[in-house]
Design a protein around this ligand. Sequence first.
Ligand code: KIV
Ligand code: NA
Length: 265
Amino acid sequence: VKRVRVHHLQELKDRGEPWPMLTAYDMYTAELFDEAGIPVLLVGDSAANNVFGYETSLPVTVDELIPLVRAVAGAVSRALVVADLPFGSYQVSVEQAVATAVRFMKEGRAHAVKLEGGQAFAPHVRAITSAGIPVMGHVGFTPQSEHNLGGYRVQGRGETGDSVVADAVAVQEAGAFAVVMEMVPAEVAKRVTHELRVPTVGIGAGPDCDAQVLVWQDMAGLRRAKPPRFVKRYANVADTLLTAAKAFADDVRGKEFPAPEHAFH
Ligand code: KIV
Ligand code: NA
């Protein structure tokens, strides 16, 4: 099987073919999404919320994320695996950013890294790229800055649309192979997608991005809380698991499990 490379994603944009991206945090989901033909899997710092149960993405550490990245990277035969750099692991300096990206590549066996930020992080993107590591940018709403941005809010409405465009252009010019745009008006995302040579990956950014990403637990309905407006649910995995767990419990209590075929003699 041919591995997905960053130039394949560029070719999809150039041909006008939208591509899907999902998060993954473990082996089984990575295997399934790879088999489903999802070309890019992101081990997001959203593991903070969706694996570790933290309220925001801020507390999750590099040491917590690396084993998840290694599990996902080890499970795929085709997908490009992107490791998200968590809060505090690249903001301190360009040198810190390169060192953290190297850890995700070496210890996590990722194929690329992602970091949040626009013009202010162009030097970080450039330095990591120069070290031979493909970088995915992330502009618009950047969850690691939620305390500075005043919570989960659409970015780039009205006059601030220009700064989203400038941020996306800056990370492209610094060498990013793709740019995530989170919670920006569809009109702004469309403009960015036309202005950028590299693919844009939307989440809450309307239909005109080159690619679309969702958190898998939102996409598959494992998270039971009402998802944000930009999510579409394609399954109800929470109900399936709940029903299975209850049926197992009932079987044990009713002495239905284990049956003769489950026992050794
Ligand atoms: O961490 C994450 O899941 C992300 C995507 C939503 C882009 O950054
Ligand atoms: Na993230």
